[in-house]
Design a protein around this ligand. Structure first.
Ligand SMILES: Nc1ncnc2c1ncn2[C@@H]1O[C@H](COP(=O)(O)OP(=O)(O)O)[C@@H](O)[C@H]1O
Ligand SMILES: [Mg+2]
Length: 589
């Protein structure tokens, strides 16, 4: 997915000034050192002019040494200041990059799941890495050189006009083709660099996807197919890069001819002027040396423009993320209710839900009450909306019709923090992070005691943890020890029940367990469920037995509610769903 929005040149880059503002003084000193350094550089040819026209012409050794010493001193000042400037400007740029990255990450964490459903992770990855790198380079080089080079250009041109105005005018007029070339270049380059940055995001997505899905790819023998897909995306990125380089090279060549042609004119015209006595030899030497100082600022113009444009598109891409408003936030006046004060009466009142951007709602007019301490099982065929339904309880998504209440209060009137503190959740896909088992377990309960952890592990039948090489401190997840699907599910279950949530939401959390372990988990879980309001998505008759009542979900609607035996006796559809899934899970073993 390429999320190109109409580019608003400059505006987003300009918005980044808040990151620069605290460093304005440093930037100012950098510019000052740059200006002084450049001035020292410009002064050298003028000293040379006096050397040539004075001591050299009149054979005065003392004067020669004095002026030579001055030129040396100026050169040393220029070098020293350049060193200080480069050093501080890297620090400023790195600080800026760090702060934007930190804020962007924080912002990403606050965005709703719906945002992450829509955005490819590779696009986020490339924005957090490549694009911020581009912005850093702009802050550390592009911006400074833009100012310094422009100032140099103006100063030197003024000096040249002052030294000998007819030739100075030639140099001044050469700015016109430069302006025309840069205008055309800017126009083309902006589009190309945006395309390249988007394609970088696509390539990152492909790499990430295939790293995560490597088992599937290998087992289906799809390596070659995936390779071709990747080659296509990488090829496009390559082509855009080449087109960009060609554009840059052509512009560079155009820019380069300008000072060279001007120099040729100046040399011929200057020789003539010296011959007629309009200009001294020293004057001509100074003129040419000064004019040579313009070659670098002109040559680098292409690079600076390119850098600036890339920074603009990078800023656009970064702000596309910043501009996404977190839609699931505390309402004004939301109250914080401590977990202990929540009785746990959960009610769905005429709830409807449609995924953002989807045409059809997936849930319609859901009315369901779970009394405090009651366990309600949700049963339904795949795609009937079970996961969608339970995701609404901790507000991973917000209802689009009706409301959900907890103890009679709309859950949107609770602070997100207190709602999520009261609700414990485990999903079908058990995600573990690259941290220790303990950190994974206490993700939502940093204050959990060792006893609570031990209890949660016992309920989830996850005591295998104690046999891991470093027990609770063993690192798991991507960068750590690999656990089996069943082990991961049990840890995720322990995480959900840790610290006795008032409402427990489990989305098919036992699907990867063997019958024997499942029976043990159910036995232990039954004890916890006695005091907890629970909404549990299940598909095996054995797990359904844990529930006080069952709700049958069909096509996003509640088709029936009752006890397991009631439904078995009166609702043929219920029997069909349960036996079909039971058969399936038997067959899967
Ligand atoms: N993130 C999503 N965005 C859009 N549609 C979704 C999303 N997740 C699920 N759906 C759709 O919602 C419907 C119900 O899905 P789900 O709640 O996962 O069902 P179940 O858990 O019962 O298998 C499906 O048709 C599915 O395609
Ligand atoms: Mg599901």
């Amino acid at each position: 997915m390429v999320t190109a929005s109409p580019t608003r040149p400059m505006s987003n880059l300009w918005r980044m000034r808040s990151y620069i503002r605290p460093r304005l003084w440093t930037m100012f000193w950098m510019l000052l050192t740059a200006a002084v350094g450049t001035a020292a550089g410009i002064a050298v040819p003028l000293v040379v002019q006096h050397v040539v026209d004075g001591p050299v012409r009149h054979h005065q050794l003392a004067g020669l040494l004095l002026l030579g010493g001055l030129a040396l001193l100026l050169g040393a000042i220029e070098a020293g200041l350049a060193f200080i400037r480069r050093w501080t400007q890297s620090a400023v740029a790195l600080d800026t990059e760090y702060e934007i990255r930190r804020d962007l990450y924080t912002h990403l964490q606050r965005l709703p799941i719906a945002f992450h459903d829509r955005w490819q992770s590779g696009q986020l990855l490339s924005r957090l890495t490549t694009d911020l790198g581009v912005i850093r380079r702009f802050v550390s080089f592009g911006l400074i050189f833009l100012v310094v080079n422009s100032a140099t250009y103006v100063t030197v041109t003024a000096l040249l006009l002052h030294l000998y105005w007819p030739l100075g005018l030639v140099v001044a007029v050469s700015a016109i083709p430069l302006f025309l070339f840069s205008k055309r270049f800017t126009h083309h380059y902006l589009k190309t660099s945006r395309l390249q940055q988007d394609q970088q995001g696509d390539v990152a997505t492909l790499v990430e996807e295939s790293a995560q899905g490597i088992r599937v790819i290998k087992s289906f023998g799809r390596r070659r197919h995936m390779g071709r897909r990747f080659e296509h995306a990488a090829g496009q990125l390559h082509d855009t890069g080449v087109a960009k380089a060609r554009l840059l090279a052509r512009t560079w060549a155009e820019f380069d001819t300008v000072p060279n042609v001007t120099l040729a004119i100046v040399l011929v015209g200057g020789a003539y002027a010296v011959a007629t006595g309009a200009l001294t030899v020293g004057g001509l030497v100074a003129f040419v040396s000064l004019q040579l100082m313009l070659v670098w600022p002109i040559d680098s113009l292409g690079w600076i423009i390119a850098n600036g444009q890339e920074a603009m598109t990078a800023a656009d891409r970064v702000y596309e993320v910043f501009d996404q408003r977190p839609s699931i936030v505390d309402r004004p006046g939301a109250v914080a209710v401590p977990r202990k004060e929540i009785a746990g009466r959960l009610r769905f009142e005429g709830v409807g839900f449609r995924y953002p951007g989807a045409a059809q709602p997936v849930l319609h007019r859901i009315d369901l009450t779970v009394e405090p301490g009651e366990t309600m099982a949700i049963v339904g065929v795949t795609g009937s909306g079970k996961t969608s339904l339970v995701s609404l309880v901790p507000r991973l998504y917000d209802v689009t019709a009706g409301r959900i209440t907890l103890d009679g209060r709309d859950i949107r009137d609770l602070t997100l923090h207190s709602l999520r503190d009261a609700v414990g959740m485990a999903f079908e896909e058990a995600t573990l992070f690259s941290m220790s088992v303990r950190e994974n377990l206490t993700l939502g309960r940093a204050d959990a005691t060792d006893e609570e952890i031990a209890e949660a592990l016992a309920i989830a039948q996850a005591e295998f943890v104690h046999d891991l090489p470093w027990g609770l401190e063993t690192r798991v997840g991507e960068q750590g020890l690999s656990l089996s699907g069943g082990q991961r599910q049990r840890l995720a279950l322990a995480r959900a029940v840790l610290g006795k949530p008032r409402v427990l939401v489990l989305d098919d959390p036992l699907s990867a367990l063997d019958v024997y372990t499942e029976a043990l988990v159910e036995e232990a879980l039954a004890r916890v469920l006695r005091g907890t309001t629970a909404l549990i998505v299940v598909h095996r008759p054995s797990t359904v037995a844990l529930a006080d009542r069952v709700a049958l979900l069909a096509d996003g609607e509640i088709a029936a509610v009752g006890t397991h035996s009631e439904l078995l006796a009166t609702v043929p559809e219920y029997r069909a769903v349960l036996s079909a899934s039971a058969d399936l899970s038997e067959a899967a073993r």
